[in-house]
Design a protein. Sequence first.
Length: 295
Amino acid sequence: MLAEGGEFALTVCEATGLVREAARRHGAAPTATAALGRALVGGVLLTAFKGEGEGVSLRFRGTGPIGGVTVVADSRGFTKGMCGDPSADPPLRPDGKLDVGGALGAGALSVVRSNNSLGDTSAPYEGQVPLVSGEIAEDLAHYLAESEQVNSALGLGVLLGREGEVREAGGFLLEVLPQCSEATLDRLEQSLGEVSSISEMLDEGLGVDGITDRLMSGFPYRTTGELEPRYGPCTIEGEGGLRERMLRAVTLLGEEDAYRVIEEQGQLEVRCDFCAEKLQFGRDEVASALDTHEP
């Protein structure tokens, strides 16, 4: 959404299905699910409605038990991620909430923006900032301010049920544009201070429209587009599919090492850290990928 006058832009994301899929694929514990889910929603928000071929890679590295969280997202809404230890689930904070900051610990956030549509003519932009809380949203907002000089308000929420299942997930990103007046900025700060947190709005059952109305109350705006977040792409077969990409990775082993693994194990098994899919390759398929003949 874009405010009339173009003073600020708001992107709101409902990503319950996306986060559920990530938690299922990785068998993530509650705290790891919250950390990974927030980062996934953040990836969607940073790439939504960007140009064709644009993407972002987020890497949260910390000293806590989860080790780190990595997310890759593109402008089509495809987003996938992984965490160092998906079983990480430290005790709750004193306020009874999941300790995402404690799970991640101290460390740094690296962000790489790229544009595949430009080929080799566009070098990726990379920025890095220290983690300010490990709670994901605050760290991403800090990155935007420090590395991209974008003043923003960012909210990320993942609500879990009693059994650790993902009930709701979503977020918003409000970006202040260069032409924003001081008067509008003051009104925005006051308005944001009066609304509930994103987690509370999700818990109320507010969807994208409801959250948008709540955040944009008193500001005329126009909708600029819609996008459905999806996990992946994790298509296994076909051009550009997981099997093809895995085979390209197998060739990096080299002929000697690839055949040695096959001789020892009967096949070569490769696991995608992002999709958590395991694919098996026999000698003939590997030989074809290596463009060589059986010795």
